[in-house]
Write a protein that binds this ligand. Structure first.
Ligand code: NAP
Length: 484
């Protein structure tokens, strides 16, 4: 099956922070891949902007090196790379001063789709928005893309929304959560809402519980000082895991339309219950065999910031009353793995004598590695040994089902940038969604701060603190293995 690549309109994209880590690792290599796929019309312009003084040739060389480093060998075509590089310009611009803005204005065409990617520290978002207007560069159809973190609590998120709203209306603001750009995450909506099979069972009557795991093997590495002000709750749960809860728990929107989808997600966030202290486990990785622990990495001996968190969350509405959502995310765990597991209830009665203790159906949605889904079902064990049951996975990994084209899944950033150009906000967070997410998160954080709770230590390479096991054991359930 050949996936269709539909070219977008001719556009001018300005990447503020073009010399930074995100631009080098994700944005620029992603744009190259879309160019290679034929999605970017040749007349488009990609303009890098940052403070560093750099000639166009130096910037192009930097991008060439980024492509060599971050694009797989089979996608590196020397002729296409040169063509792509020819589309790039660079302007030295200071977000906090007036240097460079006149040159930028001269490059951005007013009659094209315009997008401005704010790949800089959030403290600069307001300055950029203000100067884009003051210099008459942005127009009412221009789009701005803003990166995470969107605030560090409700108050700062509100302030940021208010600052952006001074110069751009909500339809122009694209708040990125790259989890929403993942193929499987969108497939979750397709599976739920384009099939009759799952939706009748998609509620507390048939679903026992939901587990969401986002496990990383890396620690905080060089970002320790920055991370220490954030922690797993702010860095992962408030945004990425929250978005996953929304897509699982939301009601069917009346249409696959940006506001219809986001209205339903907002209702889920507002239905989230406060989380009791006994339903929260926080952890910090320990040092092991000479490798530094979180305390050393963060260079803060008194740090109470969590590098791991597990939570039991309840969505208080008719559909989900009584079905807990267990979330966990952490650093330096056994494997890099992100998945959602939906565990269905057991059948009410067994007609088989030799049933190996009923095993429930589980729908596993893998975000990484190997994006795909599988559904665990009971079947008869093959062979003449009588009616013995065995649980097997029905695998729906994209590479198998869709052939080579299925395996060639665009990176989340690529897809999201193309959505910005198309003007489709469905996979971006609306301002009220972000604020509602913080309104739920803030009291949880304030609670452990007021209690002076310290995170539990856990050994690197494990599945996190022991207490997190108890979070599920005491409910008669268990976490799925984090596999190497
Ligand atoms: P970074 O490596 O520190 O890069 C920051 C960029 O901002 C550099 O290009 C820098 O240019 C530019 N810059 C700094 N001050 C400026 C000013 N006054 N005017 C114009 N440009 C200025 O940061 P990053 O890791 O790429 O992150 C960028 C944004 O993405 C942040 O909001 C971050 O939270 C978010 N994000 C990053 C990642 C990631 O994996 N890196 C993931 C998720 C979200 P000069 O070097 O020329 O000063």
């Amino acid at each position: 099956m050949v996936s269709r690549v539909i070219p977008v309109e001719v556009f001018d994209l300005v990447i503020f922070g073009a010399t930074g880590d995100l631009a080098r690792r994700k944005i620029l290599p992603g744009l190259y891949r879309r160019y290679l796929a034929g999605q970017i019309p040749p007349d488009s312009r990609i303009i890098g902007a940052a403070r560093s003084a750099m000639t166009e040739a130096e910037f192009r060389q930097m991008v060439r090196e980024a492509i060599d480093e971050f694009v797989s060998l089979d996608k590196r075509d020397a002729r296409i790379i040169s063509e792509f590089i020819d589309h790039l310009s660079y302007v030295a611009v200071d977000a906090k001063g007036e240097e460079g803005w006149a040159a930028l204005k001269a490059l951005v065409r007013p009659d094209r789709v315009q997008a401005f990617y704010f790949s800089v520290a959030p403290a600069l978002f307001g300055d950029l928005a203000e100067r884009l207007h003051a210099w008459g560069i942005a127009h009412p159809q221009s789009r701005i893309v803003v990166e995470k973190p969107f605030g560090r609590d409700l108050q700062t998120a509100r302030a940021l929304n208010a600052t952006l709203a001074e110069h751009f209306c909500e339809q122009q603001i694209y708040r990125i959560d790259h989890y929403l750009g993942k193929e499987t995450v969108q497939n979750l909506m397709a599976v739920r809402f384009a099939n009759i099979l799952f939706e009748p069972l998609w509620n507390a009557q048939y679903i026992d519980h939901v587990q969401i795991t986002v496990a990383e093997t890396v620690g905080v590495e060089g970002r320790g000082a920055y991370y220490d002000k954030s922690g797993a709750m702010r860095d992962m749960v408030q945004n990425h895991l929250m978005q996953l809860i929304c897509l699982i728990a939301m009601e069917p929107p009346y249409h696959f339309d940006p506001n219809a989808v986001r209205d339903e997600k907002l209702k889920v966030i507002r239905a989230l219950q406060p989380v009791a202290p006994e339903d929260i486990v926080r952890g910090q990785y320990l040092g092991l065999k000479g490798a530094p622990g979180y305390i050393e990495d963060s260079e803060n001996p008194e740090s109470k910031t969590e590098s791991y968190i597990a939570l039991k969350v309840q969505v208080a509405n008719w559909r989900w009353q009584g079905t807990p959502f267990y979330l966990r995310t952490g650093k330096k765990l056994r494997a890099r793995e992100s998945e959602i597991a939906i565990t269905f209830k057991e059948p009410p009665h067994s007609i088989f004598d030799d049933a190996p203790g009923w095993r429930e159906n589980v729908l596993v949605i893998r975000l990484q590695p190997n994006e795909g889904m599988n559904l665990k079902v009971m079947i008869k064990e093959p062979g003449p040994g009588g009616m013995r049951l065995v649980q097997v996975p029905l695998d729906m990994s994209f590479a198998d089902a869709l052939g080579e084209e299925g395996a060639d899944i665009p990176d989340a950033y690529e897809r999201l940038i193309m959505d910005v150009i198309r003007g489709n906000q469905t996979l971006f967070m609306r301002g009220d969604e972000v604020e509602a997410a913080w309104a739920w998160t803030d009291p949880i954080i304030q609670g452990w701060e007021a209690r002076g709770d310290r995170p539990r230590g856990y050994d690197p390479g494990t599945s996190g603190p022991e207490d997190a096991l108890m979070l599920m054991h005491r409910d008669g359930r268990r976490w799925r293995e984090i596999r190497e």
